[in-house]
Design a binder for this molecule. Structure first.
Ligand SMILES: Cc1cc2nc3c(=O)[nH]c(=O)nc-3n(C[C@H](O)[C@H](O)[C@H](O)COP(=O)(O)O)c2cc1C
Length: 447
């Protein structure tokens, strides 16, 4: 199939509300700046991304420190293993004030917040940013998060998605509870808004009772753009029903293409236009003016990794304490079945390690957690990096990329200064923002 020459890549920045990126060694990088407790840190990154015409800056979240390893936060705090996660709302508000076009995505959990709160928050942010907001819908991972919200154990994997379906139903109804045009502000007649255009939702389900209406008029985008990253069969079913921007992790373009094809057909089977879902894999980019410089940078970044960081992050993500085992001990079926964290990630570890009972070492190697090899790493000159991004994109393995940072904020500055102009020169990436909302910039319809 000939690919469409007018198709342009999506670019999303994968941010954390701290100076430790997905790559835990990142905060030790000499060029990582320490100002993560200042709003200007986030505003500076936003301005760089907007200069590079990025579609979206998205911030991940976790509602607890990674303290499952050894049932302690000591290793995590000592080594700065993603222990700081500031509240996302003031950050994206400040980033919105520093920019005009950049999309702003925040992660919110359907397991630990109520639908009314989340619907009101995103509707308010969508008004303030004139329609630039996205919500990364997650169901959370582990017991540490549960215990920060007064719950002993995190819900089982598939059950969380059942709750999430109902959550999405309720939030969608809340966003639609004010019709467009309901606000009149007619001082002559004294009519503030038309009550015939404002509705109760009377949602009553297994997990939530919400009467409505929302206390915020319908927002510029109608609904925020919905980001989702379901990988497991149940997660994919959820993503195909609700998700618009789908974030994934695949080591090869073939795997990513199979996911994209699957999600497009699932969305179509659910009555949606397959083009209303876009798939973007996470990648790291290490770029230099010359190949040698890029290689030198890569070696330095890799030298910042540390094995305990990997174990800390594995324990967090699989909701299981990996400190209980020797590194070469194969983990039993029973132990694997007790890991209630990311199912899709567990399937990936089993698949890549080539054994149905991987050891701790297999987990570290196959997951790449805490190392650069968690995501594909594109290394080289701007032309070489553009070749690698272009080959995934042109093979229709994906619709764009989620760029994770090797160091903060230098990884974004390098990408914007060196790689973006090369992608634009090749016609793979846009030169300018489209007018209007994030939905408009992504080519998604307004609900
Ligand atoms: C790029 C990317 C970003 C993610 N960000 C978060 C996050 O911020 N918080 C979170 O709890 N989960 C996050 N996840 C995990 C997903 O929400 C999801 O649980 C995971 O991909 C596994 O899919 P499954 O739930 O179907 O097993 C992320 C996943 C990906 C691929």
């Amino acid at each position: 199939m000939a690919s469409n020459p007018d198709r342009k890549m999506l670019l999303v920045a994968f941010l954390q509300a701290s100076n430790c990126s997905n790559y835990t060694g990142s905060w030790r990088h000499p060029d990582t700046v320490p100002g993560f407790l200042d709003l200007e840190f986030y505003q500076g990154i936003a301005a760089t991304l907007e200069r590079g015409r990025f579609h979206l800056a998205f911030i991940d979240d976790r509602l607890a420190m990674p303290d499952r390893f050894g049932d302690s936060f000591e290793e995590a705090v000592e080594h700065g293993v993603r222990v700081v996660k500031l509240d996302l709302v003031p950050i994206i508000t400040a980033m919105g004030l520093a920019t005009k076009h950049l999309g702003l995505g925040a992660t919110y959990s359907t397991t630990y917040y109520p639908p009314f709160h989340v619907a009101r928050l995103f509707a308010s942010l969508d008004h303030f940013t004139k329609g630039r907001v996205a919500w990364n819908v997650v169901t959370s991972l582990n017991d540490s998060e549960a215990q920060n919200f007064g719950v002993a154990e995190h819900l089982e994997h598939d059950d969380r998605y059942d709750v999430a379906d109902e959550f999405m139903q309720a939030t969608s109804e809340l966003w639609d509870s004010w019709e467009d045009g309901a606000v009149l502000l007619d001082k002559q007649t004294g009519r503030f808004a038309d009550p015939a255009k404002v509705h109760r939702i009377n949602h009553s389900g297994e997990s939530f009772q919400v009467r409505g209406p929302l206390t915020v008029p319908r927002s510029p985008q109608g609904h925020p753009v919905l980001i989702q990253a379901g990988q497991s069969p149940r997660g994919r079913e959820f993503a195909a029903r609700w998700g618009e921007l789908l974030f994934v992790i695949y080591p090869t373009p073939e795997g990513c293409k199979a996911y994209r094809d699957d999600l497009r057909s699932r969305a179509e089977a659910a009555g949606r236009d397959p083009d209303s879902v876009r798939v973007a894999p996470a990648v790291y980019v290490v770029v230099g003016e010359t190949e040698e410089e890029a290689q030198r940078k890569l070696e330095h970044i890799e030298s910042l990794a540390n094995q305990t960081d990997s174990l800390t992050l594995l324990s967090e993500v699989f909701n299981y304490d990996f400190s209980q085992h020797r590194v070469d001990e194969p983990l039993s079926d029973e132990i694997l079945a007790s890991m209630t964290g990311l199912r899709g990630f567990l399937d990936r570890v089993i698949g890549l390690s080539g054994t149905s009972n991987p050891s701790v070492t297999d987990f570290i190697k196959a997951s790449g957690r805490g190392t650069l090899s968690e995501f594909p790493v594109f290394v080289g000159t701007p032309a070489q990096v553009a070749d690698q991004l272009g080959s995934w994109f042109q093979a229709e393995a994906c619709d764009g990329f989620v760029l994770a940072a090797t160091h903060m904020p230098g990884a974004y500055e390098d990408f914007v200064n060196l790689v973006v102009p090369e992608l634009q020169r090749r016609g793979l990436f846009r030169e300018e923002y489209a007018n209007g909302s994030l939905r408009n910039n992504l080519g998604f319809a307004r609900p």
